[in-house]
Design a protein around this ligand. Structure first.
Ligand SMILES: [Cu+2]
Length: 180
C-alpha cells in the first residue's frame, strides 16, 4: 500500500466515524428532547392477570377500573397529554396493545414496565392483550376513554378525586423502561 492509498483509506474511515458520531448525537438529542417535553401529566398503574385488566390511578386513590364478566374495563386518561404507565402481571406474560397509538408492550412476571403514551381524543379506543395467555385470552380487552382536559377534570372530580395533571406534558410516546 502506498501513501496515497493509505491516506484514502484513512480518510474513508474518518468519514464513517464522523457519520456515526453525528447520528448518535442526534439520536441522543432526540431522547433528551422527548424526556423534557414528555414530562408525564398523569399516571396509571396497570395490573394484568388471567384474564383481565386493572387500572388504578396514583393521583386518584380508590378509583379502580377493573374487568368484570362480559364488561371490558375503561381506562381513563387525558387526551393529548403524556400519560405514564407502570405495568405488572399477576401471573403469566400478557401484552398491552392499543392500535390507535401504535403501541404494544409485554408485561413480564416479576418486572415492572414503564412507558409513556399520548392518546388522541376518543371515547372508545380499543385495547387488547396481544400475547396468548390461555383459555380466556380473547376476553382480555379494554377501551380507552381519552378525554379533553375539561372533560377529564370533570370525570376525575366525579370519580372522587382531583387528578393532578397540571404538567404541560404534551409529547409523544417516549422511552420504555424496565425495572425488576
Ligand atoms: Cu393476556
Amino acid at each position: 500500500m502506498d501513501d496515497r492509498q493509505f491516506a484514502a483509506i484513512a480518510t474513508a474511515i474518518a468519514g464513517i466515524v464522523a457519520v456515526l458520531l453525528v447520528t448518535t448525537l442526534r439520536a441522543n438529542a432526540d431522547i433528551t428532547d422527548t424526556a423534557r417535553h414528555g414530562r408525564p401529566a398523569f399516571a396509571v398503574d396497570v395490573l394484568t392477570y388471567r384474564w383481565g385488566w386493572q387500572f388504578t390511578y396514583p393521583s386518584l386513590p380508590g378509583v379502580v377500573d377493573r374487568s368484570a364478566p362480559n364488561t371490558p374495563p375503561v381506562l381513563h386518561v387525558p387526551a393529548g397529554r403524556t400519560v405514564r404507565f407502570r405495568m405488572r402481571t399477576e401471573d403469566v406474560v400478557h401484552a398491552f396493545w392499543v392500535p390507535a397509538v401504535k403501541f404494544k408492550a409485554d408485561a413480564w412476571p416479576d418486572t415492572t414496565r414503564t412507558f409513556d403514551l399520548v392518546f388522541p381524543e376518543g371515547q372508545a379506543l380499543s385495547g387488547h392483550c396481544a400475547q396468548f395467555c390461555g383459555l380466556k385470552h380473547s376476553d382480555m380487552v379494554f377501551t380507552v376513554d381519552a378525554m379533553a382536559p375539561a372533560a377529564f377534570r370533570a370525570w376525575s372530580r366525579s370519580a372522587g378525586g382531583r387528578a393532578s395533571f397540571s404538567g404541560r406534558g404534551a409529547g409523544r410516546p417516549a422511552e420504555v423502561t424496565l425495572a425488576r
